[in-house]
Design a protein around this ligand. Structure first.
Ligand SMILES: Cc1ncc(COP(=O)(O)O)c(C=O)c1O
Length: 367
């Protein structure tokens, strides 16, 4: 049996008429840039989250950089970023001109270790970017308390957490701002690159919109030097067609995660866990295994695609060599990077496919 890591084709086939209709409408109206499709999606996504503003942009990396710039964070400022995340979270801090300061992750939850944030603060620290990694909300109450006490801004990186809730409240609605990626494989994915920024603040929303549209105030009137980072009409229409399905897809992911956890419960390996106050949306289903490369190969031989998120903790990447970090500085991230393994996870996974993965993993670990 062949089991892909994600199956965007089967999702497309399940809503083909809606997607094709959305694409055709954009083409019929030649509504490619700055059309009503963008405003409509922004309004419906903001209402899904229960937040005032959503500003579409070109991708989730730009979204973080634009949010930092809107908050006035740049050269001379430091920003707290988890050691275990996709590089965009840190990269955007650098491209905004600020300095990245890494904090280790919680060894069981994989999100930022909130007990280690305060020791990394300095008089130059301006913001924290918690990431709701793999679909599990970071511990937002504690993070917001730290931020309030030290007068820091919070930008939630929600690239992997569309629809996840913490103590009953949507991720993306805790911080000053939050950013989303709509990369095709995300829980809500476009058919190309796309991203968004959300906030309650009228002022920050206006600033983000300006920065993402060449600093434009009006036609040929530019209030500042921004950039071209707009959500395009086709992606907005596709996202608008997919958004009504997100809640159902999330429930399917949660059911699948539960099924995996039951099928794998006999194995003596760490499975995903979530505190009872968090509603995990399982963008990824991450386990830990010994001899990870050998296990991954065995699964590949059985036709099962897996991933590693992420094989090198950010502070240990060549890109951050300048910071001079060692594995001892980030014990949880360093230990996790050699053992974590992401199993196929998508709403359309069948019981038969999950049983096949569980059997293959059991056999691989037995050898
Ligand atoms: C945690 C995290 N942050 C940011 C991003 C950046 O999103 P994009 O690929 O849309 O630029 C991603 C996407 O992979 C991500 O997983």
């Amino acid at each position: 049996m062949k089991i892909p890591f994600v199956d965007l084709k089967s999702q497309y086939l399940s809503i083909r008429a809606e997607i094709d209709g959305a694409i055709q409408s954009v083409i019929d109206e030649t509504a490619f840039i700055k059309s009503h499709f963008i405003g409509e999606f922004e309004a419906s996504f903001a209402s899904f989250l229960g937040i005032k503003h959503c500003i579409g942009c070109a991708n989730g990396t730009d979204a973080i950089e634009i949010a930092l710039r809107a908050l006035g964070i740049g050269p001379g400022d430091e920003v707290i970023v988890p050691a275990n995340t996709w590089i965009s979270t840190a990269e955007a801090v650098t491209t905004a001109g600020a300095t990245v300061v890494f904090v280790d992750n919680d060894p069981a939850l994989y999100t930022i270790d909130v007990t280690k944030i305060e020791e990394k603060l300095s008089p130059r620290t301006k913001a924290i970017i918690p990431v709701h990694l793999y679909g599990l909300p970071a511990e937002m109450d504690i993070i917001m308390d730290i931020a309030r006490f030290h007068n820091l801004k919070v930008i939630e990186d929600c690239a992997q957490s569309h629809g996840a809730t913490y103590k009953g409240k949507m991720t993306g609605t805790f911080g000053d701002m939050a950013t989303f990626s709509f990369f095709p494989g995300k829980n809500l994915g476009a058919y190309g690159d796309a991203g968004g920024i959300v906030t309650q603040s009228d002022e920050l929303a206006k600033m983000c919109r300006m920065i993402g549209d060449h600093g434009r105030l009006g036609k040929h009137d530019h209030g500042l030097e921004g950039r071209n980072s707009r959500l395009d009409g086709l992606q907005a229409a596709i996202l608008g067609a997919k958004l009504p399905h997100l809640a159902g897809w999330t429930e399917a992911r949660r059911r699948n995660a539960q099924a995996y956890s039951k099928l794998l419960s006999h194995l003596d390996i760490p499975l995903p866990t979530a505190p009872s106050h968090s509603h995990h949306v399982y963008h990824l289903y991450v386990v830990q295994v010994p001899e990870r490369e050998r296990v991954q190969e065995r699964l590949a031989e059985k036709g099962i695609a897996t991933g590693i998120h992420y094989p090198i903790a950010l502070p240990l990447l060549t890109a951050y060599q300048r910071l001079g970090h060692t594995e001892q500085d980030f014990p949880a991230a360093a230990r996790g990077q050699g053992r974590i393994l992401s199993l196929p996870m998508y709403p359309e996974l069948t019981a038969e496919q999950m049983q096949y993965v569980a059997d293959a993993l059991t056999n691989a670990l037995a050898k």
